[in-house]
Design a protein around this ligand. Sequence first.
Ligand SMILES: *Cc1c(COP(=O)(O)O)cnc(C)c1O
Length: 369
Amino acid sequence: MIPILDLSRQTAALLPQIEALWREITTSGSFVLGRHGRALEAEIAALSGTRFALGVASGTDALHLVLRALGLGPGDEVITTPFSFIATAEAISYCGATPVFVDIDPATFNIDPARIEERITPRTRAVLPVHLFGQAADLEPILAVAEPHGLAVVEDCAQAIGTLYRGQPVGSFGVAGCLSFYPTKNLGAFGDGGMVVTSNPELAHRIASLRVHGSHERYYHDEVGYCSRLDELQAAVLRVKLPHLEQWNLRRAQIADRYDALLADLPLITPARAAYSTHTFHQYTVRTDARERVLALLREWQIGSGVYYPVPLHLQKAYAHLGYRPGDLPNAEKVAAEVFSLPMYPELDDEQIDQVAAALAGATAAVKV
Ligand SMILES: *Cc1c(COP(=O)(O)O)cnc(C)c1O
């Protein structure tokens, strides 16, 4: 059996180091926004090429607090992709603002910059591209369309820590980038965690306040804020893992190359590689119009797979009130009906990759796509 994700080897290898730090933290009594959190913020800012990084409770909160700090509220619109995890849109909704979904480029799965301008209205305040599966959205044309309209660009980097767009880290292009440390992400904690990266001092200052109940000085509150902090136990886990991230992401790219070669002759669309971005392969995602039959065979043969994401955001029940209809965003809908992701984690060995590929060869032949 090959699971889609197996964290056990990574965890086992690093546990002695993590346990030693945890012992130190539990005896120090400093549990929230302490030494490890501050050190991690400096390390992640350096990795992201930004002046500031602020630890928060999750990737969802990172997005929410950035949009809140930008002053978004009811009546405002934010242009984003319909093909993402729902947290991207939820962060907009939490502010009382409205997500405006723009169709994707079906090759890269990311928002199609050429379709943004036509959806800009006097209420549009920001554009929220997602760097899905580890590959950057095409930021240059996004920034070029946003700038003359005075729109903030906020990058959802939850799946793309370490990804470079034209040689520069994602998260450093927009006014802010938002990271998730959910356990399954390329840099995962032992629970929830997230971070905002930005080079804007006002934005950093505001988020530093919003995450601790709207205060810069304890018990003096400038505004109604939130309780959204990264704790020391999680920060320590992330600091132990961070020095390995580059190697892990390189191994993911190697695994992807091996999948590419082994799957080249099968009736599947393998991931497109955009010239403008590196790919850190949070997911290795393929397409076929015979998905359900192929997945049934993979399940039978105990080969892990996942569908990210089966329903585009504009057709989710949660967003029914926005009034989108099937057919409104055809690329996102087609891709959502055809994609599935293969086992992908740095500890996957070549033999397992070959097994997955052989199973896919068998399954696609059996269903004669
Ligand atoms: C995981 C994820 C988030 C949310 O991160 P959490 O830490 O789970 O809150 C947001 N956007 C995308 C694209 C994600 O994959």
